[in-house]
Design a protein around this ligand. Structure first.
Ligand code: GLA
Length: 677
């Protein structure tokens, strides 16, 4: 179990460093991420490196028994770089420049940025590849975080290069982008621009490719650095910190290139449901690389600085969220940052060592968590515990939220997370995977809004159902190919066989958040074996060809038409849902399909604010709710070593248990005095 933080010693006089190391030892810190924003300090001028201070810091940490996750320092180029080479600065779609004075002001596709970054990485890796303190490499920092897109001339040139690689020729590009529409036909790749500001809707194929390109440019930067680190002889694992469901970077493609996934996660303490969003993020990053434990690279000990209101974490909440991460597959808990800054934009951001000192709740909680983690034994790696998967696909995310759709209010992540929350409230363990991976042993697969459906993915979903799996798909699914073009033959062209339905019309409803005065239907009530529910956003007109109708619309223009269909395949089933149910509606459908698929909770009958998650034979239970609860789980407490037979959890209390060999868990009870509530 790693424990630690970003460490930014250049923000402090050198006399402070020994105190840092002493305090780190007191807190149980095992590893720090060093040098993430140190470019200006390491390379004060082009061609001139100053490693003496970094040598001293690393040696000091090493003497103190603190390992180093060494950063490549390329995330924030120093002022000299853009003063000498203004072409490295990125531009927005309007052509405005992102100037220095903050961070991340680099055009990822700029050859000059890449040369400068490469020289820095080669120098750092060459010097420290064999340093015994260095146990991991931290490439750049949160690629794309602030600057989602770059439309600079460097991006223009790189986009043309990327398109030349992707398409056999300009005719193939024209066909893919459908450029016969609106006279957009290109006669040469040299005419193509990034989708800069234009009078009206831009070409959807171009927009989708620009998103792919953007993710690929950031990935190219990562890969360049990784190769330089390896070329210097470094053998330690290499990672770059992800940001969960971060739309601009297709982490499903990135994951194969990191030795381990590391992730930054900042749930909002003002949101009582944010622990569920955090659970989603943990399950997503675990699913990206399920055989290798991931690392919580950054979280906050307490308040942030970057939300409109930066509430403190409640007492115990930081440890509860840490236990959640471990329960969902993390092998380390790190923070931004070690010592609270005394200057700069993040001086109010909490840290392990607060500006207010060690006589603080934050410090006491930091030390207590360090003690607890130090007691944990090695936990199972690569356990596959989820019986349920939700399909999550970045390219589909980009395509389904493109403009000019029947319903332009679709928020893919929000809908996916609504399904996730419904499963989470029922204590069902979930993976989030691309459709290509649904054959990895799941009983139930949910595929909401799978608008862009590649042939291989349609085949995987079909194969899953044919092999006895239970699928819930729709609405607005199987509409376009990977270029965002309709396929011949209508909609649901690939899945209509397995689903036994066709979609005639999408039936957009006024979005729930539209101004009150907006005319039109807002909801589509429907009713089925789970009772009455409410659909939103879309109420599709289905033609049922080979399925039974489980639920009908009960109001509005589609009254009496099918809302949920099922095609039984003997062992498995394929359901199609014609609307986007609201929170309660998704819960009702989830309960129905969990029963149909025979999926059991990790621990039955826990209150919805209590989480239970499996990691092989390890069970983690966390109480995020406001009341004390008890649960009749048994095993060995992996922090205290005690044999446990039944637990009581105060708010934010948690336990990590090794289950007895039989791995049986008895039904639990809810808030005290209200068994099963
Ligand atoms: C991100 C960055 C850190 C820091 C934190 C603040 O995660 O990687 O450098 O800015 O946000 O929450």
């Amino acid at each position: 179990m790693h424990y630690g933080a970003d460490y930014n010693p250049e923000q402090w006089p050198e006399e402070i460093w020994p105190d840092d190391v002493a305090r780190m030892r007191e807190a149980g810190v095992t590893m720090v991420s060093l040098g993430i924003f140190s470019w200006a300090r390491i390379q004060p001028r082009e061609g001139e490196f100053d490693f003496a201070w970094l040598d001293r810091v690393i040696d000091l940490l090493h003497e103190g028994g603190i390992a180093v996750d060494l950063a490549t320092a390329t995330a924030s180029p120093p002022p000299w770089a853009s003063a000498a080479y203004p072409e490295i600065l990125p531009r927005d779609e309007d052509g405005s420049i992102f100037w220095p004075g903050s961070r991340q002001q680099f055009a990822p596709s700029s050859p000059v940025y890449r040369r400068l970054a490469g020289e820095l990485v080669a120098a750092i890796a060459g010097r420290y590849a064999e340093h015994p303190a260095v146990v991991m490499w931290h490439v750049n920092n949160e690629y794309g975080c602030h600057l989602n897109f770059d439309y600079s001339d460097a991006a223009r040139d790189a986009f043309r290069r990327w398109l030349r690689d992707r398409y056999a020729g300009i005719d193939e590009l024209n066909a893919a982008w459908g450029t016969n529409f609106w006279s957009q036909r290109y006669s040469s790749f040299d005419e193509i621009l990034p989708p800069r500001k234009a009078p009206y809707s831009r070409n959807p194929g171009q927009m989708l490719d620009f998103r792919r390109f953007t993710s690929d440019m950031l990935l190219e930067c990562y890969l360049m650095e990784k190769e330089l680190i390896r070329a210097a002889g470094a053998t330690q694992p290499i990672t770059t910190n992800f940001m969960g469901a971060f739309k601009p970077a297709d982490y499903a493609r990135w994951a194969e290139h990191v030795d381990l996934v590391s992730d930054d996660c900042y749930p909002d303490p003002n949101d009582p449901e944010s622990f569920r969003a955090a659970a989603f993020q943990r399950d997503l990053v675990r699913s990206l690389k399920p055989d290798v434990p991931w690392l919580l690279m950054e979280q906050a000990t307490n308040a942030l600085n970057w939300r409109p209101t930066n509430a403190p974490k409640a007492p115990g909440q930081m440890a509860a969220l840490s236990a959640q991460a471990i329960g969902r597959g993390a092998d380390g808990i790190l923070f931004f940052q070690w010592r609270q800054s005394r200057a700069g934009a993040e001086k109010f951001h909490s840290a392990m060592l607060p500006h207010a000192g060690t006589d603080t709740r934050t410090w006491r909680e930091v030390v207590a968590l360090g003690d607890a983690l130090a007691a944990l034994p090695e936990l199972p790696a690569g356990a596959r515990d989820a019986r349920v998967a939700i399909v999550f696909d970045w390219e589909n995310w980009w395509a389904v939220e493109a403009s000019d759709h029947p319903q332009n209010g679709l928020d893919y992540l929000a809908v996916v997370q609504r399904w996730y929350r419904a499963l989470h409230r029922r204590h069902v363990q979930v993976d989030l995977v691309p459709a290509a991976r649904v054959g990895e042993g799941y009983d139930l697969v949910v595929a909401p809004l799978l608008y862009l459906l590649r042939e291989a993915d349609a085949a995987a979903l079909t194969g899953f159902v044919e092999a006895g799996g239970h699928l819930v798909a729709g609405p607005f699914t199987d509409i376009v190919d990977e270029y965002d073009r309709f396929r011949d033959g209508g909609f649901l062209t690939q899945l209509r066989g397995i689903l036994g339905v066709d979609v005639e019309d999408f039936g957009a409803l006024v979005a729930p958040d539209a101004p009150a005065a907006s005319p039109g239907e807002r909801t589509a009530p429907f009713s089925g074996p789970f009772g009455a529910a409410v659909g939103t956003l879309l109420a599709e007109e289905l033609r049922v060809t080979d399925a039974s109708v489980e639920a009908f619309f009960t109001g509005g223009r589609l009254t009496g038409r099918p809302a949920l269909t099922v095609r039984d395949t003997g062992r498995g089933s394929a359901r199609y849902l014609a609307t986007v149910p609201d929170e309660a509606g998704v819960q009702a459908v989830v309960d129905h399909v969990l029963a149909a698929a025979g999926v059991e909770p990790v621990v039955p009958e826990l209150p919805a604010d209590v989480e239970a998650m499996r990691r092989g034979d390890v069970l983690t239970v966390v109480n995020h709710g406001p009341e004390r609860v008890s649960a009749t789980v048994a095993g060995t407490d992996l922090v205290t070593g005690e044999a446990i037979d039944g637990i009581r959890l105060d708010p934010y209390d948690w336990r990590i248990l090794r289950l007895p060999a039989a791995a049986a868990t008895e039904p639990a009870s809810g808030p005290e005095g209200a068994p099963g509530a």
